[in-house]
Write a protein that binds this ligand. Structure first.
Ligand SMILES: Cc1cc2nc3c(=O)[nH]c(=O)nc-3n(C[C@H](O)[C@H](O)[C@H](O)COP(=O)(O)O)c2cc1C
Length: 285
């Protein structure tokens, strides 16, 4: 059962990437909330601190931002959320988790977003965010009211990334071991948690998350890497960011459903070739 429109679960299930925005200003009360979201640092499940910034260029700067922003992928946005993290173990997963929390909060405010990890000028944004020594700026998102219609480039990008599709349930989720695909069962207590994972955004919609549930109910989260993908930018690993996004969705959905749990990193020793263990979510009873 999915909760109402103000819920995180609803936001996770209904969010899609928005690449065309209404040009008008954001309503003051929403803007104030947005500032709160985008100007609060967050700490990820592995302890890395992610710093946020809301870039709101004045009229004179807009042309520059349009140029440095997005290479034509994004239309009409005049605000961007950018975030930075220091290079450290697990920084990418923490970045993904914290940034997605911000994205979901924007979704709940009726604002559109689009993770950008490739099609933006990283150096240009980094100059504006004042990176600390050794920091990276892995991704940004435009933020604003979605336009009524998607523009042509946005539509082409969706088609190219296959954005409207998700892998079948049994290719993502497994019961007991990786030779046993999980059947989708709406009466399963973790059904909505897994639906939220499946609906998550991922770089090029690769959906690299694989989850195995063991007999104790723990969810073991693995990364199925796309060979050669996601390490194009120094210090940025887009597919580890995808895994952090999945962790965010598991934590938010479980909390809303009243199922409490905690993350551990000890390798459960159940992996198969080609899968990297990222973390395990163990329910606390
Ligand atoms: C880490 C990450 C990086 C992404 N980078 C880009 C990008 O550079 N350009 C873009 O247009 N979309 C980008 N996306 C959006 C994905 O293409 C999109 O999430 C995916 O196709 C699924 O579509 P949906 O978000 O509408 O569900 C990125 C998403 C993630 C999670």
């Amino acid at each position: 059962m999915v909760a109402d429109g103000g819920s995180d679960i609803h936001a996770m299930l209904t969010r899609t990437s928005v690449r065309s925005f209404q040009p008008g200003a954001i309503e003051p009360a929403t803007l104030a909330e947005l500032r709160g979201i985008a100007e609060t640092a967050r700490v990820g499940p592995f302890g890395n601190r992610v710093r946020f910034a809301l870039l709101s260029p004045d009229a004179a700067e807009r042309a520059e931002v349009a140029r440095l922003g997005t290479y034509g992928v994004i239309r009409g946005a005049s605000l961007y959320i950018a975030a930075a993290v220091a290079a450290a173990p697990r920084a990418m997963e923490d970045f993904g988790c914290c940034f997605e929390q911000a994205v979901i909060r924007c979704t709940k405010l009726g604002l559109g977003t689009c993770w950008l990890g490739g099609s933006f000028d990283r150096a240009g944004f980094a100059r504006r965010v004042e990176l600390q020594q050794g920091g990276v700026l892995p991704c940004v998102t435009p933020v604003g009211y979605p336009a009524e219609r998607r523009h042509l480039v946005g539509r082409a990008l969706r088609a190219f990334a296959g954005s409207d599709g998700r892998k079948p349930w049994g290719q993502l989720f497994f019961d007991g071991d990786f030779s046993r695909p999980m059947a989708e069962d709406a009466s399963d207590p973790i059904h909505d948690i897994l639906r939220c994972v499946r609906a998550a955004p991922s770089a090029s919609n690769r959906q690299p998350w694989r989850i195995m549930r063991d007999e104790s109910g723990a969810l073991h989260l693995f990364l199925a890497r796309t060979t050669g993908y996601g390490r194009w930018f120094a210090g940025v690993d887009l597919q580890l960011i995808d895994m952090g996004i999945a962790m965010c969705h598991i934590s938010l959905a479980a909390a809303e459903l009243g199922q409490h749990g905690s993350w551990t990193v000890a390798d459960p020793g159940i992996g198969v070739k080609g899968l990297e263990h990222i973390a395990s979510w163990t329910p606390t009873r």
